[in-house]
Design a protein around this ligand. Structure first.
Ligand code: AHM
Ligand code: MG
Length: 334
């Protein structure tokens, strides 16, 4: 059987009732190319100067790793000249990145977390890139920060790359979720899963349990019930996994189901949780819903949250539908 490349997959999506416009296809190919470059940099590890701290901080006050900066620059440089984008926004940049005047501008907005799971870089554990594509609002002229503040259901495409034992690209253009594996020798992306599906039920959950004392009552109740196992109200044992790279934790759920939680935390003044809405929660929510799972912020559907700031944080409950619905119901019960 002949293999299907990323290009062929995207061209077929373009042909099938124009699911994606040609310009979007070209943009996604550039993003994939940038992820390939990041993958090569990650793969070199200590053999090139990519490990350790960069000596700077990002807008959220987090220390940047060298690889955060390299991945961010790689995505900006690969995407700025193609003519498909109006602007880009990144976890590593305070404000949106304007396309330099010397290049043509397009109609799309690209948002990304260039290197997710930064705490895992130096210990050789899987990390990744998360991205989301929006369209400039109709009638908008010069791209501004407010144009990025669109609800997640408006995304045209979303995906992540995992830099793990193999490098994968998981992508949705709103027509299911496909997974591509990078062939290291040639740098080609080959379709290795056509329609990823998340089972509705699961016996596996993912949460950073060291924060337990800071959780709100609905999350404590839900996790306590899981931990009680077969003798508790759930009547079955649950297993726990936590990689601390959202891409890896979500990829496991995309592959075999589970629930991932990064809840509110009463330590934080706005109690919003750790993860960012526009370039972490929303792209993952688009992918997970397209694979038959569910994603909420505890109160309602993630993809309907109205963003108020570019780097806004949000609680995240994501994965197997019946579990996400249960923990969300516990929130609604107060
Ligand atoms: P990052 O984008 O700065 O790497 O932070 C996000 C990461 C997620 O990948 C992961 O789910 C979470 O932070 C882990 O947090 P913790 O260190 O609290 O377990
Ligand atoms: Mg991140």
């Amino acid at each position: 059987m002949s293999r299907i490349s990323l290009t062929q997959y995207l061209i077929e999506k373009q042909r099938e009732m124009g699911i994606i416009p040609g310009e979007l296809r070209l943009l996604l190919e550039v993003v994939a190319r940038a992820c390939k470059r990041i993958s090569y940099a990650v793969g070199k590890g200590a053999l090139s100067d990519i490990l350790g701290e960069a000596g700077s901080e990002n807008v959220q006050g987090e220390a940047q790793k060298k690889l955060d900066v390299i991945a961010n620059d790689t995505l900006l440089e690969a995407n700025e000249w193609g003519g498909h984008l109006a602007a880009m926004a990144s976890e590593e940049l305070d404000h949106p990145y304007e396309i330099p005047n010397r290049y043509p501008r397009g109609e799309f907005l690209l948002l990304f977390d260039p290197l997710d799971g930064s705490s895992n870089i130096d210990v050789n554990v899987s990390i990744g890139t998360i991205f989301s594509v929006l369209r400039m609002p109709e009638g908008a002229d010069e791209p501004e920060e407010k144009h990025f503040l669109q609800a997640g259901y408006r995304q045209l495409a979303a995906g992540y790359a995992v830099y793990g034992p193999s490098t994968l690209l998981v992508l949705t253009v709103g027509d299911g979720v496909a997974c591509f594996t990078m062939e290291r020798e040639t740098g080609s992306w080959w379709l290795t899963e056509t329609n990823m599906r998340i089972p509705e039920d699961t016996k596996e959950f993912a949460i950073n349990a060291s924060n337990m004392r800071h959780w709100e009552p609905p999350v404590r109740r839900y996790v306590d019930e899981l931990l009680a196992g077969k003798d508790g109200p759930r009547g079955k044992d649950f297993n726990m996994r936590w990689v601390a790279s959202m891409v890896s934790d979500v990829h496991r759920i995309m592959t075999r189901g589970g629930i991932f939680m990064y809840p509110r935390d009463k330590r934080e003044p706005d109690k919003a949780g750790k993860l960012r809405l526009l370039y972490e929660a929303n792209p993952m929510a688009f992918l997970v819903e397209q694979a038959g799972g569910a994603v909420t912020d505890g109160a309602g559907r993630m993809l309907e949250v109205r963003p108020s700031a570019l780097h806004q944080r949000v609680p995240v409950f994501l994965g197997s539908k019946n579990e996400v619905e249960r923990v969300t119901a516990y929130h609604l019960q107060g």
